[in-house]
Design a protein around this ligand. Structure first.
Ligand code: NAP
Length: 251
């Protein structure tokens, strides 16, 4: 298979890349800083510099990857920008990056992939949202609102691309033990409920893509917690989620 992973230079994206490379697939990965990708000896791996916030940047990286290949079998968008903004403020720069990457970047990845796949009448696209985007409540963070948008943008592309044989899988993970999550939490993940390791997340994500699932929420305990919370009135949810964010921020 030929697989392109936007945001594949670290974390969940790189772990997915190594999973497919171990199976003998050809994999292209990109990030804004390609040097982030760990040193490796994978002969089927190509690393590109691209910013998903710029349609020309991501399209040209994808075209270069496909130059000597006939098909694009799978495109995964693992890019994401995160800042803690429920119980604290974020800067304009953080908000701008979050909107560029999480919203415009999501649409740009769908556009770049669908242009190639429409001609093939076959293909799979997957995008990483977040379990936080499952809940609808007024006072959620900008991050949560962008990830809720990712789920909705993916729904729209799923409907539009179905007649062309292209499936869209939305991934909504709970806490996954990545370097980025550790950095954001000063290396203390003790307050992250139902934290899972990156290998488990990779196995769940690849299986969902293989089965062409529409939406996968994991781990299961987090999924049921979110489903239960979604039954609460919005006013109560606002209070609970704000208190949770405050508690998580305290050392
Ligand atoms: N870890 C978790 O607990 C968790 C939970 C729920 C959802 N998620 C989501 O899962 C995804 C991966 O998270 P992670 O923890 O693996 O983070 P990560 O290691 O920081 O991975 C993000 C990847 O995306 C790239 N990227 C970011 N912005 C980009 C842009 N504008 N254009 C191109 N590439 C860009 C990064 O490289 P550069 O910075 O060099 O561009 C990196 O390769 C994110 O969407 C995140 O929101 C994570």
């Amino acid at each position: 298979m030929n697989i392109f992973i936007a945001g594949g230079t670290s974390g969940i994206g790189y772990s997915l890349a190594t999973h497919y490379l171990a199976k003998g697939d050809h994999v292209g990965i990109c990030g804004r800083n390609p040097d982030k990708a760990p040193q490796n000896n994978f002969k089927n791996l190509q690393v590109f510099q691209a910013n998903v916030g710029d349609i020309n940047s991501i399209s040209s990286a994808l075209q270069t990857f496909l130059a000597d290949k006939k098909t694009l079998d799978l495109f995964i968008n693992c890019t994401g920008s995160y800042a803690e903004d429920v119980a604290g403020e974020i800067s304009y720069e953080e908000a701008e990056e979050m909107l560029q990457t999480n919203i415009l970047g999501t649409a740009n990845c769908f556009e770049a992939a669908r242009k190639v796949m429409k001609g093939q009448q076959e293909g799979k696209i997957a995008v990483i949202a977040s379990v936080s985007g499952i809940l609808e409540y007024e006072n959620s963070s900008l991050y949560t609102k962008t990830k809720r948008s990712v789920i909705q943008i993916a729904d729209a592309y799923r409907r539009a691309l179905k007649p062309f044989g292209i499936s869209v899988t939305t991934i909504a993970p709970g806490y996954v033990n990545t370097e980025k999550l550790r950095q954001l939490n000063q290396n203390d993940l003790s307050k992250k409920p139902f934290l899972i390791d990156i290998e488990t997340a990779t196995a769940i994500i690849t299986e969902a893509i293989e089965k062409r699932e529409k939406l996968i929420i994991f781990p299961v305990k987090m999924k049921w917690m979110m489903k239960s919370l979604s039954l609460l009135p919005s006013s109560l949810l606002n209070i609970i989620m704000f208190k949770k964010a405050k508690w998580m921020k305290k050392d």
